[in-house]
Design a protein around this ligand. Structure first.
Ligand code: AHR
Length: 491
């Protein structure tokens, strides 16, 4: 039996809704054959953007969408993606399968997508192969309200009014695919590019510097030291692997040891964030600069028979648990981590959604985001409990993971995951600081960690009402089945 003490009236750190952000790159079938089907498609769409995807993402309250990459961003020349579509030049997408990119999805289409999703755009500019002028003109084209060559061009392309763009990425992975730079060099480039990415009128950019990969603490140190004053956010990329980069494992065909190693890899982000945050604290004790984990999630082997450059993978109950434990960790670092973007929304890596022609399915990971959406912009409530332990050979995992928050209307959301492959887990929550008049629960669970949804059986893994919960004299009792994510709403 685990006992949790929940002081519902404590805590002051907000879980920024942007922690629930998403990422969409021109990679494989994320944009084309994903979000974008084109206006003439028989698949229901609004101005070429697929309606069922928009509806599904709105239902989980998507707060922001990062675009156009990823590695693609540092090869993308935005002017190729404006004007009449049939006149746009094409290019080779060298990073992702060497396919021809026809630039039919560009700035106007992306801003339309964000408007349809009712989310904030997070645009990543090109430092690696672009110019300062090019980035500067993109910001002007998007956000300047007065008359200029760029705004004349925008009007000619059908959008006289400026858009609002807040989140502005200055390059991506500039230590690697974004230019193979040294941190000292990138820090200077960051300062130059961000300087000419201007604020126009009321549009104030929130400038995000390209950050470290995983445990490259030196990168964070140099960036904070040399450019910290000039940025609002510094990114971090941290993918979850089951084995190694060289030897990945299948998303749906794995054994118990691989379940353990994958969850272990996901949990290691806690220490990683803490170490990067310690470095940031040294230069920025007030925590003005946010840590932006703008690429995270599982990276498995591609589905057999698909283009290896397209990073198309299935998503199982194991991924749903990777998502829940990672979101719990983000909540616990919400004082510094104020935005994250899971990679990538549709048909790439740890997706929310998979498509096949007109068919669409929601992955188990989508359902975790659904169960967790009430945490967005709520106050994180400290939750201390003995998580217990599960063992397999010499591998150990906590049995439970969880987090809690209080929304403005007083509702308390408690989300708890049972990572145990086979055993259910009884739980007692001592709820202090509120009189609970009602508790409602939802659960995502499956018999096996490999369980997943297919186009033939798209509702194999889905949420349902969770009835196994009682409340008496302020004590909540529940039994969590094995492999489960439970969300309890206390009022
Ligand atoms: O998400 C896939 C790729 O992973 C991105 O393009 C890149 O930034 C990272 O290496």
């Amino acid at each position: 039996m685990s006992r949790i003490v929940l002081n519902t009236d404590l805590g002051s750190t907000k879980i920024d809704r942007h922690i629930y952000g998403h990422f969409s790159e021109h990679l494989g079938r994320c944009i084309y054959d994903g979000f974008w089907v084109g206006e003439d498609s028989p698949i229901p769409n609004v101005r070429g953007i697929r309606t069922d995807i928009v509806e599904a993402l709105k239902a989980i309250h998507i707060p922001n969408l990062r675009w156009p990459g990823g590695c693609f961003a540092d090869e993308y020349h935005w002017m190729d993606g404006i004007g009449p579509r049939e006149e746009r030049p094409s290019m080779v997408n060298t990073h992702w399968g060497g396919v021809t990119e026809n630039n039919h999805f560009g700035t106007h289409e992306f801003m339309d997508l964000c408007e349809q999703l009712d989310c904030e755009p997070y645009i990543c500019g090109n430092v690696g192969s672009g110019t300062v002028k090019e980035m500067s003109q993109w910001v002007e084209y998007l956000t300047f309200g007065g008359q200029s060559p760029m705004t004349d061009l925008r009007a000619k392309n059908g959008h006289p009014e400026p858009w609002k763009v807040k989140f502005w990425g200055v390059g991506n992975e500039n230590w690697g695919c974004g230019g193979q730079m040294r941190p000292e060099y990138y820090a200077d480039e960051y300062r130059r590019y961000s300087c000419y990415s201007r604020n126009y009128g009321e549009n104030q950019l929130y400038r995000i510097a390209g950050g470290a990969d995983r445990d490259n603490f030196h990168w964070t140190d140099v960036l904070m030291k040399n450019a910290g004053k000039h940025m609002h956010g510094l990114s971090l990329h941290s993918y979850t692997l089951t084995d190694t980069w060289a030897k990945k494992s299948s998303a749906i065909d794995f054994n118990d040891a691989q379940y353990f190693s994958c969850l272990k890899s996901a949990l290691s982000i806690d220490e990683r964030i803490a170490k990067h945050a310690t470095i940031m604290d040294r230069y920025d004790p007030e925590k003005r600069v946010a840590m932006i984990v703008d690429e995270w999630g599982t990276w498995h082997e591609c589905e057999p028979g698909t283009n290896p450059g397209f990073l198309y993978q299935q998503s199982a109950m194991r991924d749903a648990l990777v998502a829940s434990v990672t979101l719990d960790i983000f909540h616990s670092h919400a004082d510094r981590v104020r935005m994250t973007n899971i990679a990538q929304t549709v048909n790439v890596l740890q997706s929310m959604i998979l498509t096949e022609g007109e068919k669409m399915l929601l992955t188990p990971t989508y359902h975790t985001f659904d169960l967790y959406k009430g945490h967005q912009d709520a106050i994180s409530i400290p939750m201390d409990f003995d998580a217990g332990e599960i063992k397999l050979g010499d591998q150990t995992l906590p049995a439970l993971s969880g987090s809690a928050s209080r929304s403005e209307d007083g509702t308390v959301l408690v989300t708890i995951s049972n990572l145990d492959l086979t055993h259910s887990h009884p739980l007692e929550i001592d709820v202090r600081g509120m009189d609970v008049s009602s508790v409602t629960g939802r659960i995502l669970t499956a018999d096996t960690a490999t369980a997943h949804n297919t186009f033939e059986n798209p509702e194999q893994v889905k949420t349902q009402a969770f009835e196994d919960v009682t409340i008496e004299n302020g004590t909540l009792k529940a039994t969590l089945p094995n492999l489960a994510v439970v969300a309890l709403e206390l009022r």
